[in-house]
Design a binder for this molecule. Structure first.
Ligand code: ADP
Ligand code: MG
Length: 455
């Protein structure tokens, strides 16, 4: 990499990265070290508390860009009680010593892999991969994180694939329930192209190369899937807002997501973009957190229709990558590989926007336990509830985004089936609440229902 130019914290404070990362909610940061003035809001966090307090130095990195500099750790990071991630739990001083000088052939280091989890303590995962080889090289870090997140033992288990939509069971009764309660359905997954660094480790050439392969791929889509690719940097503010309002576009990088601190937002918005078909039911994101996120969505609760289109899109992307002389990152241990350990395996999240007025009333009430009822009910069926505008947002009009929680160790068909069956149960419980059942009745019913499915 040659002699690294010396970069000072002062230099870094002038970069967009600094502005973005220091927007963090200070309440989540290490309370002991946060100066009271920050807590009462009179001094912005960034003026008093540089991020290097958690360790590391700006020593220069071959991937540094004009708008982002990577930290290099020569000693273990100074984790605080605010560091909640599985990475922070896994990275002992011994493991740090063992891996600190390991580097992938594309130049991704342990320092790169852990940076986002060090500078953004609230993250749950806290580490990233910079290319396909990292999944092998940094196994001792990633595998415990994978175990903690998915309950999947990558050392012994194999990941199944099943993209056959005809295997889904969606009964008449379920169909009727979904038609009543579900406003829209979305199924998405991550896909990455072998041979190129992931967005966290990408050079400008990688990003351009990925975009080129994907644009060719999109051009090859036909029939219902045929559509147009829009470069993010060329969208008008009106077009951007249109796409954002409909939940079609990725969020613009903020302090709160993994991608900023991982360097994946370098040179934003270059080579990022969105593809969609004419009816906006098949979409793909380019060079956000992964090379590609494929999305199938439509109004209503016709899960087989959305899953069928998802499988078509997935197959078309695979075939086209292969026709272009490349292949997708995949192996039978980790399934589809990508940037974040939480999106391995199928990388699939199947969600419905479902109207749950009774659960919402409890959530808006004063009883602390009842507020958590939906969360608990969903957890019992391996589901995850989110607000109407994505993770950590509010449920506008009592509409929740409910999806499968697992991604790895189950096939695509199994996960979508788990979502169908779980959401059917959640709707049943919503109906019981409407008919006068109490939260205690619901908890008892959940125990009964989960016991029945385990038999
Ligand atoms: P992901 O991580 O799967 O991309 P996010 O929680 O970041 O999901 O949400 C991305 C966007 O997709 C948000 O705008 C969200 O409202 C939208 N969305 C998620 N599920 C649905 C759905 N079933 N119907 C319509 N929009 C959805
Ligand atoms: Mg997301």
């Amino acid at each position: 990499m040659g002699a690294a130019a010396s970069i000072t914290v002062d230099d870094v404070q002038k970069l967009p990265q600094w502005t973005i990362l220091t927007e963090l909610d200070v309440k989540l940061a290490d309370a002991d070290k946060v100066i009271p003035k920050i807590l009462n809001g009179t001094v912005p966090f960034r003026d008093v508390d540089p991020y290097v307090k958690f360790g590391g130095a700006y020593n220069g990195d071959s991937k540094d860009a004009p708008d982002f500099k990577y930290l290099t750790f020569s000693e273990p990071p100074a984790f605080t009680p605010a560091h909640k991630s599985l990475m922070a739990k896994t990275l002992t001083p011994e493991l740090f010593e063992k891996l600190k000088d390991v580097k992938s052939s594309k130049g991704y280091t342990l320092s790169n892999a852990i940076m986002t989890g060090v500078v953004t303590p609230h993250l749950g995962v806290g580490c990233t991969a910079g290319d396909e080889e990292c999944w092998e090289l940094f196994q001792e870090l990633y595998y415990p994180v994978i175990k903690g997140w998915h309950g999947y033992d990558a050392a012994t288990q194999k990941h199944p694939v099943d993209l056959d939509p005809s295997k889904l069971v969606f009964s008449e009764e379920q169909n009727a329930k979904f038609a009543n309660y579900v406003a829209s359905t979305r199924i998405r997954a991550a896909r990455n192209i072998s041979g190129f660094s992931l967005p966290t480790g990408a050079t400008a050439e990688d990003r351009a190369g990925v975009e080129k392969v994907l644009v060719q791929t999109f051009a090859g889509l036909s029939g219902e899937l045929a559509g147009t690719y829009y470069e993010l940097g060329k969208l008008t503010p009106e077009q951007t807002q249109f796409l954002l309002d409909r939940g079609f576009l990725f969020q613009i990088p903020t302090s709160r997501n993994l991608l900023t601190g991982a360097g994946a937002a370098r040179s934003w918005p270059d080579n990022r973009g969105i593809f969609h078909n004419e009816t906006q039911t098949a979409l793909a994101w380019v060079n956000e957190e992964d090379h590609c996120r494929i999305i199938s969505m439509e109004l209503g609760g016709n899960i087989p229709s959305v899953f069928t289109r998802f499988c078509d899109l997935s197959n078309a992307i695979k075939a086209s990558a292969e026709a272009n002389g490349t292949k997708l990152m995949w192996n039978d241990t980790l399934g589809f590989m990508g940037t974040c350990p939480s999106n391995l395996g199928t990388g699939l999240r199947a969600s419905v926007m479902v109207k749950l007025e009774q659960f919402n009333k409890l959530m808006e009430g004063d009883n602390h336990e009842d507020k958590e009822l939906l969360e608990q009910v969903c957890a019992a069926f391996d589901l995850q509830p989110r607000g109407s505008a994505g993770e950590h947002s509010a449920a506008v009009g009592a509409k929740f985004d409910v999806s499968n929680k697992q991604r790895l160790g189950f096939s695509e068909v199994q996960l979508v089936q788990k979502m169908i069956d779980g959401v059917s149960k959640v709707i049943e419980l919503e109906e019981l609440l409407a008919a006068g059942s109490t939260p205690a009745d619901i908890r008892a019913k959940v125990v009964e229902l989960t016991a029945a499915t385990k038999q």
